[in-house]
Design a protein around this ligand. Sequence first.
Ligand code: CP3
Length: 649
Amino acid sequence: MPIDFKGLRVVSFESRQAAEMAELIKAAGGEPVIAPSMREIPFEHNSEAFMFAKLLLAGWIDLVILMTGVGTRLLVKTVATKYSIPELIEALRSVKIIALGPKPVAALREMGLAPTIFVPKPYTWTDLLGTFDEKYPLHNKRVAIQEYGQSNPEMIKALEERGAQVLSVPVYRWELPEDLEPLRRAMQDIIGGDARRADFALFTSATQVRHLFQVARMDGVESKLRQAFKQVCIGSVGPIASRAITEQGLTVDYEPDTPKMVHLVREMARRGGDLLYKKRTAFANRVDTNQWRRIDMVWQPGADGQPTIKDSVFMKACRRERTPYTPVWIMRQAGRYQREYLRIRKKWTMLELCKTPEVAAEVTLMAVDRLGVDAAIIFADILLVTEPMGLNLEFVKGEGPVIHNPTRTPGDVDRLNDPDVNELSYVFDAIKITRRALRPDIALIGFAGAPFTIASYMIEGGKSRDYAKTKTMMYRDKATWHTLMERLTKILSEYLNGQIAAGADAVQLFDSWVGSLSPDDYRQYVMPHVKRLIEGIDKSAPVINFSTGNPALLPLMKEAGGDVIGLDWRVDLGDAWSMLGDDVAVMGNLDPIVLYTSPKEIRAQAQAILDKAAGRPGHIFNLGHGILPDMPPENVAELVDAVHELSAR
Ligand code: CP3
């Protein structure tokens, strides 16, 4: 899935860098529609600002009201083109200053100044008036008020009613362009009518959004424009432009993790086709796509040329069928390396997120939208299963999972609940919601921790370096160990079957820490349980059996079962597969650390792994273990593209 708009029409509202945007869009295979939407006002044209400075220096002003941080800085910058800053600061010291909130206060602090009067939260202009009424009578006072963006006539009137003489000091940096024709034409393209409709609208600043809607208002087509955006895919360069888009009652369809024009264009080009199709299909299904979540998309597999799960390249690879390219997904593909994930995590703790099916589904779909991978993995955690067993689980910031009442004695094992798997029905619900909204030929992977890995958390109480407590129980008290493993096997098997019943197309067993065992120990203490667990899983869903750390376990893992064996990076994929045999598929196995490097290195190493698979049917590309939280998101996307392009056959 290369970077390609496929000739679709892409509107850019960029002014200063209009030519660069046109080039970027063309290079990405799009037809650019360039609609400059703003014009920079030279500082020296800002006559109100100079009038303010003149009156301030002349001692005419008693009080300055600073409304915004941006406006305060811009005012100072403007005045500095004609007056001396130290003189201005001196003059400001001898007047009263009132600032509306922390942002103008910060701007003042940069000049070594502080407000003389404080406004209480939430810093609205009614709070401001209240402050005056309590602390500072305005009668006969000469008040300068810095305004940014829009003026507030009601507030000025209220100040005047209190006896103040008001000098309004609007500062602004951008105006509409002199020639509005290109912007109007682009607006008509978005609205549609006779012309072919624009497909994408890319906003690279908040002012572009406001100006577009300002012109729409002038022309009386504001509501038409808003309606039209239901069928146009909206890209935003970063959080500030996104807020302006949201304020217009629209939803941002894509925002790159790195707020730069190049990233916006390239990433929209690689993902935009899918996003646009979803948006227009959802619109046709009467979803209000101006206010929509990913889960609002409902596919009808097989209808109107829509694909079905039979078309899934990932599922074919699980069955070792030939595929047009090597499918790829990435462990931890939804997570802290993404800004959109972090934004959601600010509102919800990890456990709340897992237990709110709509949000867990949204995060699951987000990873697919952003990366273009061939499979989604339901957003959950392997440790959720410990809660209904009676354990007190917490995800501690910076530390990872902690179990506050670990399972260490035979009595502890005895006291574990034999839970009803439906206590985890929130995961099943998340799967149902995700499956409906996920493109039908993209597989949805359910998962569980394997018994050893779960047991290690239950016994250690958290992460561990040497699994001393776990292994001590295992060696010292075999009966207790096997009882614990049996109880885990039962609940895990019900849990995985519940996920399959809810709509998971495949399931993965994460035996992340079993590599700390020797082959003999694996055979004796783990394999019988994993074998029984896998045998009990509904045969309609392929099983991926994954572990890390110890290649010597691979033949035994194959014996334990699984349609796909997950490999970490410590083995040569070609050798491991030859050893495992052709009757099993393999998943892996790029060293995740490669994602810190460069597109060139990522491509080279992806190619090396594809060479080792040598076109044998049944290879699913993945990292050898999960993405780390600080990895560059662009490199993750680069890996997905590299695998798809380099393996195309
Ligand atoms: O995208 C996906 O792969 C699906 C989601 C997923 C999570 N955990 C989300 C998560 C999956 C498949 C897991 C499995 C999991 N959880 C494993 C096995 C996989 C592996 O990496 O070996 C393990 C060992 C766990 C236990 C666990 N959960 C740990 C060690 C941590 C802390 C990791 C860290 O980086 O802090 C978690 C928390 C966790 N699980 C996070 C996520 C996105 C981070 C939560 C956050 O702070 O936002």
